[in-house]
Design a protein around this ligand. Structure first.
Ligand SMILES: [Mg+2]
Length: 211
């Protein structure tokens, strides 16, 4: 089946949020060392972080940018007529701030934020409903859509459970996929590897339809 849509997780899929967190940690540590050289700054920040979950560290999210290859990938999907939806879990204020900082709204019209779903009485990923809402946004059936994400539970199990055609796992550390979870259809280390997989899929589809 030729994919009609590709859905993307956001954090650690289109942007490396964990890397931005590390930068924020180091910057805060430098600052804390200047002010209080006598204090164990790593411990200080860890204590602070554990009590500070409602807001992002850096309100401007200045270290967050779209990963290498994402803009080209989006352009190529558009040329192929494949629709795009970003499906991201989390609090609307935090997620909307990060989405805006990364500039994804310039390229993608359809974005579903899990926290906004919850506000409207619907669950976030891995619930099938959020994937099905993405399908209705772009006018496709679940078996015509792919999903790409780094989380085996919310992304891979969610997409397979919702009956999507394929679930692509972003797995930079080369971890083994736990047998407790649904198995990904494809595994890649970085989002920039997705286009080759889709090209192969489109070629296989056009060979089938010619034959
Ligand atoms: Mg993620």
């Amino acid at each position: 089946m030729r994919p009609k849509a590709v859905f993307f997780d956001f954090d650690d899929t289109l942007v490396l949020t964990k890397k931005a967190d590390e930068v924020a940690f180091l910057k805060t540590q430098e600052l804390a060392k200047e002010v209080r050289p006598d204090v164990d700054t790593a411990q200080l920040i860890n204590d602070f972080t554990s009590r500070f979950t409602a807001l992002p560290w850096d309100p401007a999210n200045s270290h967050l940018h779209l990963e290498r290859g994402v803009e080209d990938l989006i352009d190529w999907l558009k040329v192929e007529g494949i629709a795009i939806v970003v499906i991201t879990n989390g609090h609307p204020d935090v997620q909307r701030g990060k989405l805006a900082a990364a500039g994804i709204e310039k390229f993608v019209t359809h974005i579903l934020v899990g926290g906004e779903e919850i506000q409207q009485g619907r669950p976030e990923k891995p619930a099938a409903s959020i994937f099905h809402r993405a399908c209705s946004l772009v006018g496709c059936q679940p078996h015509e859509a792919w999903h790409v994400g780094d989380n085996l539970y919310s992304d891979i199990r969610g997409a397979i459970g919702a009956g999507l055609a394929a679930a692509v796992w972003i797995n930079p550390q080369g971890r083994a996929a736990s047998e407790q979870h649904a198995q990904p259809t494809h595994t890649i280390a970085h989002i920039s590897e997705l286009q080759d997989i889709l090209v192969a899929e489109l070629q296989a589809f056009s060979t089938q339809t010619e034959g």
